[in-house]
Design a protein around this ligand. Structure first.
Ligand SMILES: NC(=O)c1ccc[n+]([C@@H]2O[C@H](COP(=O)([O-])OP(=O)(O)OC[C@H]3O[C@@H](n4cnc5c(N)ncnc54)[C@H](OP(=O)(O)O)[C@@H]3O)[C@@H](O)[C@H]2O)c1
Length: 344
């Protein structure tokens, strides 16, 4: 017998990836219902050779569903995830709405699936896409030698900001004539940045040291999430973490450098061995540069390369990590979590 699944936000970037992943995996799906805003009511989405029509959220819309996967912004998730749980569905939420709630597990399927054993509110959260990619790669090192401190710098793609992020980069590229001279003067190209845009500066031909919204003491929401969420997933509340998140004009795939200080000593060979054996991780450490976001886009595993001993301090390594923010960073992990719940 299959299960009935609802996907809220099915027209979004994560929602569309979700449908692709449900098609690709042997997930025992019986019936799929998809929800989006009133703008998309009745819109047909391709699924398993047929089509499924978008519905709007409303009373009774989750009746009979076994799982509801939430791929919308926080305020909508905050309102509708508890309604789905009250209707009897197990809810897996990709938004940030519940991630810091101590009664809601925050799970990376390869790292802490056991935390799904306690879902008192009927809801489980997926981490932020950057946290997900990083923690998938670093968890084996933490298990073997304990991470004492991490210094992380991210290079995050525009798809991390949803459909609006992709559209903004597309729109800006069309305003360039392709000359290096114009790219050098990009900030002055008329109409490149408009009121209401996702980013305050051009993202085409640029990098912006602001991913997420500005929060306390000059840190952004993305930076705060990575600190808090990595601690919660690894059950390591006093892990020292500091982060700088940067947006780059890449369509899909978040990349990051991590300087990791371990409590116990490991050799580079041991680190390589641990990464090589890690579930959901592919080590690409052939010496001719690390894996790029494009290498990791469209595939399931997180890619790790450029593994180096940091000679400047004891027990420390530098790594380069990249992964598809829409797949492992969101949709794939949610489906993996549903698979864990189905078999436990
Ligand atoms: N993008 C990523 O890399 C990523 C990774 C991890 C987690 N997340 C999280 O996943 C969630 C979705 O992100 P996304 O990038 O897929 O965003 P997105 O591309 O902007 O899609 C947003 C979705 O929300 C729907 N929506 C908007 N208002 C609604 C309403 N009132 N009722 C029902 N549906 C509504 C939209 O439907 P319409 O098409 O009808 O407007 C669309 O399907 C966010 O919480 C995000 O933080 C994103």
């Amino acid at each position: 017998m299959g299960v009935d699944v609802g996907v809220i936000g099915a027209t979004g970037l994560v929602g569309q990836e979700m449908l692709r992943i449900l098609e690709e995996r042997s997930f025992p799906l019986d019936r799929l219902r998809v929800y989006a805003s009133a703008r998309s009511e009745g819109r047909k989405l391709p699924f398993r050779g047929g089509e499924v029509a978008c519905e709007v959220l409303g009373p009774g819309c989750f009746d009979g569903l076994d799982f509801v996967i939430v791929d919308v912004d926080d305020p909508i998730a905050l309102e509708w995830a508890p309604i789905a749980a009250a209707a009897g569905a197990k809810v897996i939420d990709n938004s940030a709405a519940f991630r810091s709630d101590p009664e809601i597990p925050l799970v990376v399927a390869e790292v802490n699936p056991q935390d799904l054993g306690s879902m008192p509110k009927g809801i489980a959260s997926c981490p932020n896409c950057t946290t997900m990619v990083l923690v998938t790669a670093l968890a084996p090192l933490h298990k073997a030698a304990g991470i004492d401190r991490m210094v992380v710098s991210t290079y995050q793609s525009v798809s991390g900001a949803g459909v609006a992020g992709i559209e903004e980069l597309e729109r800006q590229w069309t305003k360039f004539d392709g000359s290096a001279e114009q790219l050098r003067r990009a900030a002055t190209v008329e109409g490149l940045v408009s009121p209401g845009d996702v980013w305050p500066a051009p993202i085409a031909g640029n990098v912006i040291p602001l991913a997420g919204s500005m929060r306390e003491e000059g840190y952004t929401s993305e930076e705060v999430k990575l600190v808090n969420e990595s601690r919660k997933i690894l059950h390591h509340d006093d892990m020292r973490v500091t982060v700088t998140c940067v947006r780059v004009p890449v369509y899909v795939g978040h990349a990051m450098t991590a300087n990791v200080e371990l409590q116990d000593a490991l050799t580079r060979a041991q680190v390589i061995e641990l990464l090589d054996a890690a579930p959901g991780v592919v080590l690409v450490d052939e010496g001719d540069g690390g894996p790029t976001p494009l290498d990791g886009a469209g595939i399931d595993p997180v890619l790790v390369g450029r593994v180096r001993v940091d000679p400047s301090q004891p027990n420390s390594f530098n790594l380069w990590v990249t992964g598809d923010n829409l797949r492992k960073g969101a949709a794939l992990n949610a489906v993996q979590m549903a698979e864990v719940l189905l078999t436990s």
